[in-house]
Design a binder for this molecule. Structure first.
Ligand SMILES: Cc1cc2nc3c(=O)[nH]c(=O)nc-3n(C[C@H](O)[C@H](O)[C@H](O)COP(=O)(O)OP(=O)(O)OC[C@H]3O[C@@H](n4cnc5c(N)ncnc54)[C@H](O)[C@@H]3O)c2cc1C
Length: 413
């Protein structure tokens, strides 16, 4: 075995990768160039080919597929947002998730757990009630529950949280789920590739040509490509790419960290989130506790992990679950979150003709992967804004018509 591995490693030719084709050369022209082979870029390419018959599509990535935030996130999927526009959008995504594994013929380990957003203050209870009412009005299963229901769903929790942040209630959202993030990128990548889309890894876009207000082509580290349509789906790199076409956005980039514990016997079924304690947690199929918090408090483009984060998060975990004091942290990591002032995404057309944005996904974009693919592919293929993303246009910031999701997206993911 060891000998075979060594021979494989030293061989100059390797068998074709299993999940998608790797074209030898970058073409000279494409109908659409997608920048970013994360879940969003790949999903858009998949639906462009599958639903709109646009197959001359190249997805370019400076690294490897799923190597950005798609492969770094904590995979919480939910639709219990605050604004009617947000709820309708994410609810459509949760519906699409249900058929995705079958579409791809790939196990995504989609696991519906139920999602509790804990309230430790009267004002948090009020926000949870507000969200529950908006959700119910739009047919999304959410309700305000008392501390006894939290204890029933999670018997190991200390409802007093160390005495300084007692749990007064929670927003319970039955459809809350988790899934395997890499598999989502692979599924969309394989599906797109099977339909003729080219995926070019290690291909960074370094410039975009715009003439008379419209896109002409992109410069890459592997040569020039001419195209009339570019979709930018680069998460924490958005300001660098929008700078290439001279567009200003209110997006700012903060690191977002997460960590996992060593594997344990299953004891935590639901997903728990506490905005006041800045912590959320779920238990993975492997038994690891997958934990995160809010953004790092400084604007910087970095994926460095910090001890500050580990200490803060561990302390808040112990407020809720003192029995974990001997459990070890296995690893931690970070991604770059592209934040917007109203905690809602920026999607659709831009002032540059042929340049489309799928950005501002901050800490909450994994769950939206399928619906982003659907709505962005429609918008790119038809050059008409999809109804579900109207509220997320870039121009809302000029009009001061924000889509305020902070009450549902700050630590909740
Ligand atoms: C720690 C953490 C936890 C999170 N938890 C959750 C969660 O629980 N639930 C949730 O819904 N969301 C969560 N998110 C947010 C979610 O991960 C992102 O919003 C989502 O993955 C964005 O997907 P994407 O495809 O747009 O971006 P990415 O997956 O980041 O893909 C963008 C790609 O663009 C490429 N790229 C950048 N610049 C260029 C260039 N110039 N040329 C070519 N390629 C380029 C990058 O290499 C990258 O692969 C979390 C994020 C982090 C960091």
């Amino acid at each position: 075995m060891a000998y075979q591995l060594l021979r494989f490693a030293l061989a100059s030719r390797h068998p074709e990768t299993r999940m998608f084709r790797t074209p030898d050369r970058l073409g000279e022209t494409y109908d659409v160039v997608v920048i970013g082979a994360g879940g969003h870029g790949l999903a858009a390419a998949y639906y462009l080919a599958r639903d709109h018959g646009v197959r001359k599509v190249a997805v370019l990535d400076r690294g490897y597929i799923g190597g950005g935030n798609t492969g770094r996130n904590t995979t919480i999927i939910r639709s219990n947002y605050l604004t009617p526009e947000g709820v309708a959008f994410y609810d459509q995504s949760v519906s699409l998730w249900q058929d995705l594994a079958q579409d791809f013929d790939l196990n995504l380990f989609y696991s519906t757990r139920g999602h509790y957003t804990l309230a430790h203050t009267d004002s948090a209870v009020r926000t949870m009630r507000w969200r529950a009412e908006v959700n119910k009005h739009l047919g999304v299963r959410s309700e305000l529950v008392g501390p006894e229901e939290v204890k029933r769903a999670c018997p190991r929790i200390d409802l007093d949280c160390g005495g300084h942040a007692p749990i007064l209630g929670a927003l319970f959202h039955a459809p809350g789920a988790i899934a395997r993030h890499d598999a989502v990128a692979w599924g969309y990548g394989r599906g797109a590739s099977q339909r003729g889309v080219e995926i070019h890894q290690q291909t960074e876009v370094t410039g975009i040509d715009v003439e008379a207000g419209r896109v002409k082509g992109v410069h890459t580290t592997r040569g020039y490509v001419s195209t009339r349509k570019v979709l930018c789906a680069v998460a924490g790199f958005t300001p660098r790419v929008t700078h290439m076409v001279g567009i200003r956005t209110p997006i700012y980039v903060h690191p977002l960290q997460a960590m996992v514990s060593e594997p344990m016997k299953p004891w935590l079924d639901p997903i728990l989130v506490s905005g006041s304690l800045h912590v959320y947690v779920s238990q993975s199929a492997r038994g690891e506790l997958v934990m995160g918090a809010s953004l790092d408090p400084y604007e910087v483009q970095s994926t460095r992990s910090t001890l500050d984060f580990t200490e803060g998060l561990a302390a808040h975990m112990l407020d809720m679950f003192p029995f974990l004091s001997h459990v070890r942290v296995n690893r931690q990591w970070a991604g770059m979150a592209d934040m917007t002032p109203d905690f809602a995404p920026v999607m659709g057309k831009t002032p540059v003709e042929g340049f489309y944005l799928d950005a501002g996904w901050g800490t909450w974009g994994f769950k939206a992967t399928p619906v982003c693919g659907k709505t962005m592919s429609y918008t790119v293929a038809t050059d008409r804004t999809h109804e579900l993303i109207r509220a997320f246009s870039l121009s809302r910031f000029e009009r001061y018509e924000l889509t305020g999701e902070k009450g549902a997206a700050s630590v909740g993911h």
